[in-house]
Structures are given as structure tokens and as C-alpha cells.
Design a binder for this molecule. Sequence first.
Ligand SMILES: [Zn+2]
Length: 64
Amino acid sequence: MAKQQDFAEKAKKALMEKGVKCPKCGGAKVSTMYINSVKTEKSTYRFNRSMVAVCKCNEKEVYA
Ligand SMILES: [Zn+2]
């Protein structure tokens, strides 16, 4: 369990230190928790949570 936490922390740190840049717009990508509601076959809603990297290219889609 401790090893998994270490890995997650390292991955997080590496991402923050690098500061991922978008090759298209040159802007810094920001990791954001994106919650998407999905309608299921039973007509109920389910929420999908995912981390997305947001920059100028896709911010309109993500924050719409
Ligand atoms: Zn971009």
C-alpha cells in the first residue's frame, strides 16, 4: 500500500515540476477533475469522474 502511495506522489510531483505544455497553443495544461453525467439505459444518471488536462484548445468543451 505504501508503495502505491509513493508512486502516486512521485507521478504527481513529476507532472507538476514538468509543467506540461500544449504543443498546439503553447499554453500550460492544467489538470482538472472533470465530472460528466452519463445517462444509463435505465434512465438514471451516473457520474463519471476523470482527470483531464485543460488548455485553451479544449477549455470550452470541458467547462461548457
Ligand atoms: Zn492547447
